[in-house]
Design a protein. Sequence first.
Length: 256
Amino acid sequence: MLFRSVWLHADFFQTRVSQTTVDELAGHPVLVFRTGPDQTWQSMAKGVIDFLGSLALLLATLLMTISANAQTPAPIRHTLRFPSPQSHIVDVSTVVPGEGRTDIELMMAVWTPGSYLIREYERNVEGVSAVDPGGRTLQVTKSAKNRWRIATGGASAVTLSYRVYGREMTPRNNWIDASFAIINGAPTYMTLVGDTARPHEVIVEPPPSWKTVVTPLAEAGPSRTFRAASFDELVDSPMLLGNPDRKSTRLNSSHT
């Protein structure tokens, strides 16, 4: 068998002949030399390190995605009703997620932002009761002067109902009468003990003659539904309900 001489110049880094075969080129047999790179322990180690680094980056990205998409805790929802505002009473209904707990403990704040003396807000709270989603009455025990413990029986949610008396027109208390109401957060709402970072929603059901609700809380969902990112934001967000005169002005291209 006749072979034509073919000279090939290979200028690869640290190459070696790994296989020789006979092939055909233009009808003539040729001897083919195949080459491959040398596999030193340094290059093998680099390959392993590169693989592990890529794997770690992938896992970190996956964990960050899972964390970012983690479900936000269900909010505590408060509903404010004023069936007889001339009696200076607001009815509060608070729905608290049970989340499988056999009991929960709720609390009121003992001070209000900007006025840091200890207040006795719970003295204006009366008629505290609780039911499960099926309407079954749950046991409520006052565990401290500003705390209430509820035996949930494993209920998925608890609805707490109570009344708040308000007839003190100050920045730290409530005022309720037939013509308007000022509702401050600290003397009105309750939250889970140890879980003040949970979101809160407030649904306002004013008397038919009250057309306006003014509050710094963000609107959420249906009309007169507001949302706070935490209990701290909630207690720092007063409400004015009634028919106030509203005027707007422009400050740095924004309406206020």
